[in-house]
Design a protein around this ligand. Structure first.
Ligand SMILES: *[C@@H]1O[C@H](CO)[C@@H](O)[C@H](O)[C@H]1NC(C)=O
Ligand SMILES: *[C@@H]1O[C@H](CO)[C@@H](O)[C@H](O)[C@H]1NC(C)=O
Ligand SMILES: *[C@@H]1O[C@H](CO)[C@@H](O)[C@H](O)[C@H]1NC(C)=O
Ligand SMILES: *[C@@H]1O[C@H](CO)[C@@H](O)[C@H](O)[C@H]1NC(C)=O
Ligand SMILES: *[C@@H]1O[C@H](CO)[C@@H](O)[C@H](O)[C@H]1NC(C)=O
Length: 270
């Protein structure tokens, strides 16, 4: 199983390296109001995120899509398991309009599965797949949306609290909603990790309300999400070749060290 994750990770890296030559689909901006509306329509608000979610920036993740190359993901996009690697890019529009954002602001980003092991029986909700701080506005333009700028972590400041764990939902566990959120980072974390506030490493049953209070965070300033449909094509469609019963009760399996190293090297470029 570990070699499966390793080769998947390396394949994604190879695709990421090869992809820039391919033309991206014509990406268009989404207003913050449209982000808000899509979060409501998906049920994520208020089921997972508070009803008060009111994005002040348009926050995007971008993926290498099979047969399409580099693509901006809009909230609600459906990815396959093989596509759902760490995005090759995070980007943002109207950052100066973000709450508490100054020229020196840093940001933190997470990815979680709201529907672990399934939406019908989400006993591991929320399952954290990634959490890192120290993102900054790079001033460089997104590869896929000319009005957006990339968010990157400067070299030497990449200390993910939760290293990326590739989504691996069990087949036939319905549609999983994977949520990214962007927060303005309180200055105290410019020199200290989240463990300094007592955050624990456990990734299951992550209570966002309690976490925000613990870290002293305001509400998310931006958020986006994608879905993986584990039921399509008899459980093999958009979920790829994830066999039923893979993983512990549908909980993601940590990537092996080789894939992790690859992801770390990759992510340091984000
Ligand atoms: C992108 O835009 C161009 C010009 O507006 C159009 O001809 C083309 O079909 C579009 N491509 C996609 C994938 O939508
Ligand atoms: C900036 O935020 C204000 C509310 O704080 C909103 O009225 C305005 O439309 C936003 N501007 C943009 C460009 O999103
Ligand atoms: C940010 O980077 C500094 C090193 O420059 C490190 O001490 C700190 O733990 C990092 N904070 C986070 C939240 O990753
Ligand atoms: C999450 O934490 C809040 C605040 O501590 C608490 O009120 C709430 O019941 C918790 N939610 C769950 C699902 O445990
Ligand atoms: C903005 O800063 C104030 C004061 O520190 C804080 O109470 C609030 O939660 C912050 N909001 C965001 C979105 O970071």
């Amino acid at each position: 199983m570990l070699s499966h994750y390793s080769s998947a990770g390396l394949l994604a890296l190879a695709l990421a390296a090869a992809a820039p030559a391919m033309a991206a689909d014509n990406a268009t901006s989404l207003s913050t109001l449209e982000f808000k509306n899509r979060f409501r329509a998906s049920g994520i608000v208020p089921e997972i995120l508070p009803a008060a979610l009111d994005p002040s920036v348009s926050f995007y993740a971008s993926y290498v899509r099979t047969g399409h190359g580099n693509e901006l993901i809009l909230p609600g996009a459906s990815l396959t398991v093989s596509e759902a690697d760490l995005p090759f890019e995070f980007s943002v529009e109207n950052l100066n309009n973000g709450t508490n954002v100054t020229a020196n602001s840093r940001f933190l980003i997470y990815l979680l599965d709201a529907d672990a092991p399934s939406r019908n029986n989400p006993t591991a909700r929320n399952l954290r797949h990634y959490l890192a701080g120290n993102y900054t506005a790079s001033g460089t333009t997104s590869q896929v949306l000319s009005t957006a700028q990339r968010l990157t972590i400067p070299t030497g400041q990449f200390r993910p609290f939760t290293s990326f764990i590739k989504p691996a939902p069990t087949a036939n566990t319905g549609v999983h909603r994977y949520i990214f959120a962007l927060y303005t980072q309180p200055a105290r974390y410019n020199n200290a990790g989240f463990e300094s506030a007592g955050q624990e490493a456990s990734i299951e049953n992550w209570n966002l309300t309690q976490w925000r209070t613990q870290l002293g965070l305001g509400p998310a300033i931006g958020a986006t999400y994608f879905t993986i449909d584990t039921g399509a094509n008899g459980g093999q469609g958009t979920s790829g070749n994830v066999p039923a019963g893979n993983g512990a009760a549908g909980v993601a399996v940590p990537v092996c060290m080789a894939a992790l190293a690859a992801v770390l090297g990759f992510a340091a470029l984000l």
